[in-house]
Design a binder for this molecule. Structure first.
Ligand code: ADP
Length: 414
């Protein structure tokens, strides 16, 4: 099956074409054929498309909306000159898998999209006002262009965390508020945490119920997940992605009293304060320079900028607290797995966030830590470390493609 995987953001559309079927999943032989990114939808958009093993196609063209963007991508995908093996026209795409950020309590697994599903995703917009609307735009665009005969599947970022017990997902606020408004922790990056757990199990050659690990998805957005017996039992993001670890521009954990205090002192509205906590806080807010870990590291290395280092130290310090906390919650773990832009590339972050945890049986091998960057996969802990430390490059699209395939074929979902 050729699956078109779509990830629609507020002004971007990412896609991959992945060939897979049940046998290919079983043998891990799924094949990514092409990928692309359209940024700045709504103005002069930036295009970068690539067939695997061929040079990148880049362009800048005006693109009005997500439907235009998808049409543009499909024109390239089906162009004979693009020459994607086995794809000559849109009918060669057998199904479409969409990343949807918030499934609320309605969706605990991936599901085929129909009118009822669309309505439920729309109903969850107030839980994810920044994310679900663009995801829906991707769904509407694909439905308009492909029609009802091409199956579409929604894969939710929250779904993997639906196994969290009440003690993990409830906030210490009146229970009625959970009952009435579903205010609770949902967690995000679930597809990524799930992939890392899957990949760890393959690398270790163990069954799913033996997976007892902490996964760290550290990108611009960052979250930690406690995976026990293969299931998420706790995660650091909350009802929204603002909670938990400190991030590029998000504050992470915060005393809620601060919100009212800032609003009062700065004479701003609640939504302006929330905007500040989402967009101007985290490493950007602390350093006053940038949200970008690469730049923070070079500010520190080249200019010894104190606040750049403070931002890095706070980012890593918070990771350490979550690692310690989850180890206590789980009664110990077998491995800690780093992933996403920072987790896959920043050996400094990996070192600082696990430094001093030798008493818990965690010891990094500095040489391996420095070597495993740039998309490499492997173990960075020392031979005598009781707990293994892995770097596992994430691959959310693979999970999206596989779930889409399974849903379309009515095969059981893992
Ligand atoms: P997103 O959440 O947007 O998907 P990514 O997973 O792409 O984010 O991660 C982006 C982060 O990864 C940025 O902070 C970036 O600086 C960091 N990063 C990427 N490469 C490196 C590197 N070589 N060294 C340190 N940090 C890096």
């Amino acid at each position: 099956m050729n699956i078109l995987v779509l990830n629609a953001g507020s002004s971007s559309l990412k896609f991959q074409i992945i060939r897979t079927d049940l046998e290919m999943i079983e043998k891990a032989q799924d094949e990514m054929l092409a990928k692309g990114l359209i940024e700045r939808i709504g103005s002069q958009a930036l295009i970068s498309f690539q067939v695997v093993g061929k040079p990148q196609f880049k362009n800048a063209v005006p693109i009005r909306d997500h439907r235009d963007a998808l049409n543009y991508a499909l024109a390239w995908i089906t162009n004979p000159e693009t020459d994607i093996p086995g794809i000559k026209n849109t009918t060669d795409i057998n199904a479409i898998g969409h990343r949807v950020v918030h499934g609320g309590e309605d969706f605990t697994t991936s599901i085929r999209i129909d009118q009822t599903v669309i309505k439920s995703i729309e109903d969850n917009i107030d839980l994810a006002p920044l994310h679900n609307p663009p995801n829906l735009k991707g769904i509407y665009a694909a439905r308009d262009i492909f029609g009802a005969n091409t199956p579409q599947v929604a894969v939710f970022d929250t779904a993997f965390h639906s196994t969290m017990p009440e003690v993990s997902f409830l906030y210490g606020i009146p229970y009625q508020l959970y009952r009435r408004f579903k205010i609770r922790k949902y967690g995000f990056h679930g597809t990524s945490h799930r992939y890392i757990g899957y990949r760890y199990r393959i690398l270790e050659g163990i069954p799913r119920d033996k997976v007892n690990i902490i996964t760290l998805h550290l990108g611009n957005g960052a979250s930690a997940c406690a995976i026990k017996a293969g299931h998420s039992i706790d995660t650091s993001m909350g009802m929204s992605p603002l909670d938990g670890l400190m991030m590029g521009t998000r504050s992470g954990d915060l005393d809620p009293q601060v919100v009212e205090f800032i609003a009062h002192k700065e004479n701003s509205t609640l939504s302006e304060v929330i905007q500040l906590l989402n967009k101007r806080s985290g490493m950007l807010g602390i350093s006053g320079l940038t949200h970008d870990m690469r730049d923070l590291e070079s500010e520190w290395n080249e200019y010894k900028d104190r606040r750049a280092k403070l931002a890095i130290d706070m980012f890593c310090g918070k990771i350490k607290k979550y690692v310690g906390g989850y180890m206590a919650e789980m009664g110990g773990v077998d491995a800690i797995c780093f992933s996403a832009g920072i987790g896959e590339n920043s050996s400094l972050t990996r070192k600082l966030s696990l430094e001093g945890l030798e008493f818990l049986g965690i010891k990094i091998d500095d040489k391996k830590n420095k070597e495993i960057i740039g998309g490499k996969e492997g173990v960075i802990s020392a031979k005598d470390s009781k707990i293994k430390v892995y770097v596992i490059p994430t691959n959310e699209e693979l999970i999206l493609a596989r779930d889409t395939c399974r849903v379309v074929l009515n095969a059981p979902l893992p």
